[in-house]
Write a protein that binds this ligand. Structure first.
Ligand code: ZN
Ligand code: ZN
Length: 338
């Protein structure tokens, strides 16, 4: 089968013919129908996050937004999974018995296997997955429309849910990329007022299409002053890895407001603790989501409230796509169709 393989950090992926994997006990074989290209794939392939790079299996087939058809079952798998269209998220497998699993936080399971990081992912024609961790895709969604919801979608869904925002509050979304444009839609579905901030007018147009009531170009406007003058925000969700976005986000909160860390800069963040503490501002983080979060995200899409802006491209173009992602020229999500 054809796969895009990471051998060395910082080098292009190699398109090669590799053996089709065989599903073991409790596993299924998927014929990959679509795999989204996530910004963290780019960081992983470039070796940008050293602490993270240690986890990476090599050689590795990346890709953790996978939707495919179950074409073969390993032992001890329910027969009704055969021919089903299912998806695989970042959490390839979680143990179910560690402290965080028992708290219902399987997304941070201490023994987890991570799709396209510690085990092979979906930049290929076939992939194995754990039968216990694949999630059915609603019939209303094509594989390419559903795939980005398995990371980009669920990540911002959980982030907004963890931030405990309520109807009528104001949410600023920094960065209108794959995650940001989905965050805008989910925040709107939650009944909040959304301001989107980016440096690119095409992305701000996508923000408007996604339902943002206000958009600001941080290269042309003084975003911090405008947001402070209009009363600040309850939540600043930062979906870009740009440190400059965090520098603004920490200064525009209403009393009791929160910054949600989603985009991950490689340099440390700085903030004025006195200014934050005096108004009991909070700094929150969130990482991908649980199976239940994925199901809820898919349900929003099934109900027509969440739609990923995507384009499909062949697997063979992966290195060009990663270059474009690095230059910031992609709009929405690129989904590989093997
Ligand atoms: Zn991702
Ligand atoms: Zn666990």
């Amino acid at each position: 089968m054809l796969a895009a393989v990471l051998h060395e950090f910082g080098q292009p992926l190699v398109l090669e013919d590799v053996p089709r994997p065989v599903p073991q006990e409790g596993e299924v074989l998927l014929q990959v129908g679509a795999c989204g290209v996530c910004h963290s794939d780019l960081h992983l392939i470039r070796g940008d996050w050293p602490a993270f790079a240690k986890l990476v299996k090599r050689p590795l087939i990346p890709g953790h937004e996978v939707v495919g058809k179950v074409v073969e079952l390993g032992k001890a798998v329910a027969e009704d999974l055969l021919n089903e269209t299912v998806g695989v998220s970042w959490v390839f497998w979680s143990c179910g018995h560690c402290l965080t699993c028992r708290e219902g936080r399987e997304n941070i399971c201490q023994n987890r296997a991570i799709t396209g990081v510690t085990v092979n992912g979906g930049y290929s024609e076939f992939m194995v997955a754990k039968a216990s961790h694949v999630i059915a895709v609603p019939n209303s969604l094509s594989p390419a429309a559903a795939a980005p919801l398995f990371c980009a979608g669920v990540t911002v869904y959980r982030a907004l849910r963890n931030a405990e925002i309520i109807q009528g509050q104001r949410v600023a979304v920094f960065g209108v990329g794959g995650l940001g444009h989905l965050a805008i839609q989910i925040a709107r579905a939650m009944g909040t007022d959304v301001i989107a901030i980016d440096v690119d007018d095409a992305k701000l147009a996508l923000a408007r299409e996604s339902g943002a009531q206000h958009v600001l170009n941080s290269e042309k406007e003084n975003v911090a002053a405008q947001l402070r003058d209009s009363g600040g925000v309850h939540l600043a969700l930062v979906a870009t890895p740009a440190k400059s976005a965090y520098d603004i986000a920490f200064t525009i909160l209403r009393p009791g407001g929160a910054v949600m860390i989603v985009g991950l800069p490689s340099e440390p963040l700085t903030f004025d603790a006195v200014k934050l503490a005096r108004n009991e501002a909070r700094i929150l983080t969130s990482v991908v989501g649980t199976r239940q979060d994925v199901r809820r995200t898919l349900a929003l899409a099934d109900a027509g409230k969440l739609q990923c802006h995507f384009e499909t491209r062949p697997l063979a173009q992966i290195n060009e796509i990663l270059d474009e992602m690095h230059r910031g020229t992609l709009l929405g999500r690129v989904v590989l169709v093997p």
